[in-house]
Design a protein around this ligand. Structure first.
Ligand SMILES: Nc1ncnc2c1ncn2[C@@H]1O[C@H](COP(=O)(O)OP(=O)(O)OP(=O)(O)O)[C@@H](O)[C@H]1O
Ligand SMILES: [Mg+2]
Length: 254
């Protein structure tokens, strides 16, 4: 089954055109990376798919359902987003319990305590974390809570926007391993923005490269690791990664 099918997606803010003829096809169960320079439109693509921007043109289908121009509850349950900064995405005065109960409440789902304990266990946190506030958590723990919040409605698709780039290097691998485990266990589909080709090599099957609101290249991670990127910009990215002392394809996660 195709999980994401985007064709000729376009978006402008006033006179500034931010997305141009973006085409993407991502299969169910696939983990797909989206890379590209700052401002190239990666987050904007995720926000369109998450229903946060609605004035796009073109067409998009998620799990076969056409994406409308209005927020829609059914899609909320199917698609969730995880942001770069877990501090910003959690309300500072809400406990972990409140953060996790809110989506259940909105969707009229019962058994809240059981579900909350279950999802916390899934992300590697014990029940005592329910009563903590975000400032009482480490960065890694906060991102675990943000992932739990994204997963509590049991979506099939996660849109991940640089989910580890705000974390200490030592914690990044932990969170990447958690994401890989969760995907395998629940058969999730990931569309993940990252700047780190090492992360792509570890976690993604395929990737697309964006530049100035367009996708300039789509290739498999295997092809990337074999040095088969064709577009000049993609090769620049690969070289930049090598420059930082890590080979693409080298395991980013111990
Ligand atoms: N709400 C908005 N109003 C106006 N312009 C916006 C808005 N959101 C994004 N843009 C513009 O759209 C372009 C793409 O932004 P986007 O956040 O998608 O880039 P990105 O690829 O995610 O960059 P980064 O790697 O820095 O996160 C940028 O030029 C940005 O200024
Ligand atoms: Mg972004």
């Amino acid at each position: 089954m195709t999980m994401i099918e985007v064709s000729a997606l376009g978006l402008a803010f006033g006179a500034s055109r931010v997305l141009n003829d973006v085409n993407l096809q991502i299969e169910a169960g696939e983990s797909f990376g989206l890379v590209g320079e700052s401002g190239s439109g990666k987050t904007t693509v995720l926000r369109c798919l998450a229903g946060q921007f609605t004035h796009w043109t073109g067409s998009a289908r998620i799990a076969g359902h056409a994406l409308g121009h209005k927020r829609d509850r059914a899609r909320c349950r199917e698609v969730q987003m995880v942001f770069q900064d877990p501090y910003g995405s959690l309300h500072p005065r809400h406990t972990v319990h409140a953060a996790l109960a809110e989506p259940l409440h909105i969707h009229g789902i019962g058994d809240q305590s059981e579900r909350i304990d279950g999802i916390l266990a899934k992300v590697g946190l014990n029940g005592s974390f329910r009563f903590r506030y975000p400032h009482q958590l480490s960065g890694g723990q906060r991102q675990r809570v943000a992932i739990a919040r994204a997963l509590i409605l049991e979506p099939r698709l996660l849109l991940l926007d640089e989910p580890t780039s705000a974390l200490d290097v030592s914690v990044q691998a932990e969170i990447l391993n958690l994401l890989a485990d969760l995907r395998e266990r629940d058969g999730l589909t990931y569309l993940m923005v990252t700047h780190d080709l090492g992360v792509v090599a570890h976690l993604c099957d395929r990737l697309a490269v964006m530049q100035q609101g367009r996708i300039v290249e789509t290739l498999s991670t295997d092809a990337l690791c074999r040095g088969e990127a064709r577009h000049a910009y993609t090769r620049t990215l690969v070289d930049a990664t090598r420059h930082h002392g890590r080979e693409v394809g080298e395991d980013a996660v111990a």
